[in-house]
Each structure stands twice: as C-alpha cells, then as structure tokens.
Design a protein around this ligand. Structure first.
Ligand code: HEM
Length: 156
C-alpha cells in the first residue's frame, strides 16, 4: 500500500496556501467584475480563505482553531447574489495565480484542486442566493482528497 500524502502535504506548506491567496486577492480587487464584490472584505480575508482551504486539504485545523466553521464560511456567502459569470472569473483568476506562483502542476494534483474549486465555488453561488444560512453550526468541515466525488448529492 502506497503512503499517499494529503493534498496539503503534496502542495507544500502553509506558506504555499497563504502566498496563493495573497496574490489571488491582489488580482481580485483589481478585477472589473469581482472588485465590487469584494470591496468590503476584511484585511484578514485572504488568510482566512487560505487557512480554510488548507484545512479542507488535510493541513490541520487552522481555520476551526481560529473560531471558524463550515457554517460560518457558508454564512459569509449568504445573500451575496453571486452569478455564474463571477464564479467563472473567480476560478479563472485563481488558476492563473496558481500557475504564476508555481503551485504543483502535476495532472493528479491539479485534477483534485480544480475539482474542489468547481465544487466549492458552485456551492458558494447556490448559497449566495439564500437569505438564511441553511447549515447547522456543528456541521463538520469538508475534506478533500485525491479521489472522485462518490456520486450525486442526495438530501437526507
Ligand atoms: C472553493 C470556493 C470558495 C471558498 C473555499 C471560499 C471561502 C470563503 C471564506 C473562508 C470566506 C470568509 C472569509 C473571512 O472570514 O474573512 C469567504 C467569504 C466570501 N466569499 Fe468565498 N469562497 C469560495 C468561493 C467564492 C466565490 C466563487 C465567490 C465570488 C465569486 C466568493 C465570494 C465571497 C465573498 C463576497 C465573501 C465575503 C467577503 C466579505 O467579507 O465582504 N467566494 N469565502
């Protein structure tokens, strides 16, 4: 049995994620479509998103240890009325930044990375149309690995 690293371990370390999102949000604030969407974000926003994604990728509990939760992250998107056009720009700018900062570019890692971005960004758009947070506070953080999604989402 091979010893398979987490996506976080494979990508590098915390600095890898912090640098990626630092450079990404530098682009976002200057973007003609997304600049307006993020005009009120806090100075800590980039670090929070970096820690969130690092935790989802298996890199320890930085986001939750800092008082964050999946419900809290979802709550930040409620009512933002994001569009498919904005989502696509968000993903496009992040992938462009990933190449610029030299994020691991092997097919397996990028497949998992893009899969997560597609999943997470589409959920952000869905949640952004809501007026109330549908998520329980105790809901666990998502975990993302190298594999496939395992089938369609079916509500309980
Ligand atoms: C995988 C996809 C995504 C992840 C992991 C993610 C993560 C997060 C996190 C952790 C926060 C809270 C930040 C904080 O506490 O300061 C947040 C807020 C936010 N996100 Fe996302 N997000 C995703 C996709 C998107 C997309 C696609 C958009 C827009 C096109 C978006 C727009 C926003 C906005 C507007 C906020 C609130 C900013 C503010 O405080 O004013 N997110 N996101």
């Amino acid at each position: 049995m091979k010893n398979i690293p987490t996506l976080y371990e494979w990508a590098g370390d915390l600095n890898t994620f912090e640098t990626l999102f630092e450079k990404f949000y530098d682009k976002v604030v200057k973007d003609e479509l997304l600049g307006e969407v993020f005009r009120n974000m806090s100075p800590e926003h980039r670090t929070h998103v970096a820690h969130f994604v690092a935790e989802v990728f298996g890199g320890g509990n930085l986001y939750t240890n800092d008082g964050g939760s999946h419900a809290q992250m979802v709550g930040k998107h409620i009512g933002k009325m994001l569009t498919e056009e904005k989502r696509q720009r968000w993903v496009q700018l992040l992938l462009q930044t990933a190449d610029e900062v030299g994020l691991k570019s092997d097919p397996e890692f990028r497949s998992a990375f893009v899969g997560y971005l597609e999943w997470g960004s589409r959920i952000a758009v869905i949640n952004s149309q809501l007026t109330e947070n549908p998520m329980q506070l105790a809901e666990p953080m998502p975990k993302w690995g190298w594999g496939e999604t395992g089938g369609p989402y079916v509500p309980e």
